[in-house]
Structures are given as structure tokens and as C-alpha cells.
Write a protein of this length. Structure first.
Length: 339
């Protein structure tokens, strides 16, 4: 019996090492210590022993039992720790890892500069107005003092949709729409897309952007136009900016002028950017033609106004030294990410 007990002690030690989870451990407990377990089976035979042997074997049996229990406890604790470590390793979060960056877009250079220009005019008390890109001939030409047979129509290569509907060739029709709906004082800018059937090359695009300006009130003069544009130039290019007016002709203004800004890169000395001119043509402008005012139901005897129009692309190209207008529309990330 003594040998049998020692045998059990050995077997348990070996089998415990092979038990790799708590379930297997529990099975061993039943196998050795349970009611029908191997140790229990031996203890049941104690009755057959002599009176001298009984206490000796009894003590040994208790020792073996205590030993087995102790071993099982230790093994259980070791297994639990092993499982916990496995779980911790699997669930580990490294808070020092860099996060996954999701790419975010950027503002288009045209939008950037347009925002800047809008801010400048908003700061001078202008509102922002808009009109349709698919426009009536009446608003794009007729009401702007360009009747059907007017030669200046030829200079604007118009996309006609029907005889009377077209893609606007300029933002000037917004002047008419605003004046039809709003009595003076009027002080607006109208940025937007315009269309001309030009072939696409480095300096021409069938779609581009203009920013229109219109001020109508009592006693508005050419001096107000000059003052407003000078202020605009200073805000856009700095306090040293200068502008100059050259006589020109537009059907919807009288008198009319083309307005140059002194080259912001060379300060008027002439450089690559201004092609040696020292000045850059930025705007068309003038005093609103009396006929245009009366076309909108505004009495030219009572009110006067000035208007101006500029191309956005040209301003942005000069600002960033971009020499091909097509860059704006191709959405090449290598180009767009530079701004
Ligand atoms: N609409 C003209 C163009 O596209 C630009 C222009 C010139 C607008 C004079 C104006 C202006 O408002 O007064 O060429």
C-alpha cells in the first residue's frame, strides 16, 4: 500500500505537468481525489490493515493527499497566470505607436486667392452677389449695351445654347440682375465662372473665373473708383502697391479704362514676371454707362456708378509664378499639394 501511495504521488506529479488548462486539471482532481478516485480507492482498503500499520499508512495517505492538493493548487495558479499573460499579450495596445493619418484635402489655389479678394471687398462694405452661368443673351449682352449687331460681341467667343441662351462670357450680367432687384445704394462683387470658346493652351481656357464689382449711388465718381481700386491693390499686394489707368473702351462703361497694378515682384523696374513692363494688367473698369442704368430702371440723372471686372486665374498665376493655366483644372496632386 505504501508503494501504491508513492506510485500515485509520482503519477500525479507527471500528469500535472501535462495538464495545460484548468479543465484538464479538474479532470485530474476527479481522477485521483474524487469519490471514485485512485487515492480514495486505496484509503477504502485501510480497514484491511493491521492496527499497527493503520496509523502509519494513514499518516502517509494524508501526507500524499496534502501533497497532491498542494501540487494541484500550484499548478492551477501557474496555469491561471499563464492564461492571463497570454491574454495581456494579445490585448496589448501600444499607445506610443503613431496614429494612422487620413489624408485631408487642401484649398485650391484659385479658392485661396478668391477668399482673400472677397475678404478685402467685404471689409470695404461690399456684398457678394451671384448669377446663373447659363444666361440669357439679354443679360450677357443686350442690357450691357451690346445689341445684336454690336461688333464687340465678336471678341467674346460665345458658346450659344439657343439663339437667346448662352454660357455667360463675363460676370457683368450679374450687374444687371442685381440692379433689377435692388435700388441704390448698390455695392457688390460677383465672382464666378465664365465661358469662351477658346482653344485650351497655356494662357487660354474655355472656362475661367472673373470677379465683377459694381457700386451705384448718388454722386459716385471716377475718384471713388480709383480710391476703391487703390485700396484693393494695397490690401492684395501691400502698402506700396500702385495702380495706373489706361484709356480703353467697354460698351457698358463710359469712360472706360484698363487698370494695371505695379508689378509686386520688381516694384515697377521690370522683371520676368511682368515681362519687363513693370506693370501688370489686372482689371477692366469704368463708370457705368447711363444706358445700362436706365435698362435697369435706375435714373442716370439721379444716380451714377462704377464697375470693374478682373480675371482670377491671371492674378493667381502671377501670385504663385504659375505659367500654365491648365494646371488649375487638371487636379494633379503634385501641383495642388504645393499650396
Ligand atoms: N466684362 C469685361 C470682360 O470680360 C470686364 C469688365 C470691364 C468688367 C469693364 C467691368 C468693366 O465691369 O467695367 O472683358
Amino acid at each position: 500500500m505504501k508503494a501504491a501511495l508513492e506510485q500515485i504521488r509520482q503519477t500525479v506529479a507527471a500528469e500535472l505537468n501535462a495538464a495545460h488548462d484548468l479543465k484538464a486539471l479538474d479532470a485530474l482532481r476527479v481522477k485521483f481525489l474524487g469519490k471514485k478516485g485512485e487515492l480514495t480507492a486505496i484509503l477504502k482498503q485501510m480497514g484491511k490493515l493491521s492496527a499497527e500499520e493503520r496509523p502509519v499508512i494513514g499518516q502517509l495517505a494524508n501526507e500524499v493527499r496534502a501533497d497532491i492538493e498542494k501540487r494541484m493548487e500550484n499548478r492551477a495558479a501557474a496555469l491561471k497566470e499563464e492564461l492571463l499573460n497570454l491574454r495581456l499579450a494579445a490585448e496589448k495596445i501600444d499607445v506610443t505607436m503613431p496614429g494612422t493619418k487620413s489624408p485631408i484635402g487642401k484649398q485650391h489655389p484659385l479658392s485661396m486667392v478668391l477668399e482673400e479678394i472677397k475678404e478685402i471687398f467685404l471689409g470695404m462694405g461690399f456684398d457678394v452677389a451671384s448669377g446663373p452661368e447659363v444666361e440669357l443673351d439679354y443679360y450677357n449682352f443686350e442690357a450691357l449695351n451690346l445689341p445684336k449687331d454690336h461688333p464687340a460681341r465678336d471678341t467674346q467667343d460665345t458658346f450659344y445654347i439657343t439663339e437667346n441662351i448662352l454660357l455667360r462670357t463675363q460676370t457683368s450680367p450679374v450687374q444687371i440682375r442685381v440692379m433689377e432687384n435692388q435700388k441704390p445704394p448698390v455695392r457688390i462683387i460677383a465672382p464666378g465662372r465664365v465661358y469662351r470658346s477658346d482653344a485650351l493652351d497655356a494662357t487660354h481656357s474655355p472656362l475661367f473665373h472673373q470677379i465683377e464689382g459694381l457700386v451705384v449711388d448718388k454722386n459716385v465718381t471716377m475718384a471713388d473708383l480709383k480710391g476703391t481700386l487703390t485700396m484693393f491693390a494695397r490690401r492684395l499686394y501691400g502698402e506700396d502697391a500702385q495702380i495706373r489707368f489706361r484709356p480703353h473702351h467697354f460698351p457698358f462703361t463710359e469712360p472706360s479704362a484698363e487698370v494695371d497694378f505695379m508689378c509686386f515682384a520688381c516694384g515697377g523696374k521690370g522683371c520676368r514676371l511682368c515681362k519687363g513692363e513693370g506693370w501688370i494688367e489686372i482689371l477692366g473698369a469704368g463708370m457705368v454707362h447711363p444706358k445700362v442704368l436706365s435698362n435697369c430702371g435706375i435714373d442716370p440723372e439721379e444716380y451714377s456708378g462704377f464697375a470693374f471686372g478682373m480675371g482670377l486665374e491671371r492674378i493667381v498665376m502671377r501670385r504663385f509664378g504659375i505659367d500654365d493655366i491648365r494646371m488649375f483644372y487638371e487636379n494633379d496632386q503634385r501641383f495642388l499639394n504645393q499650396f
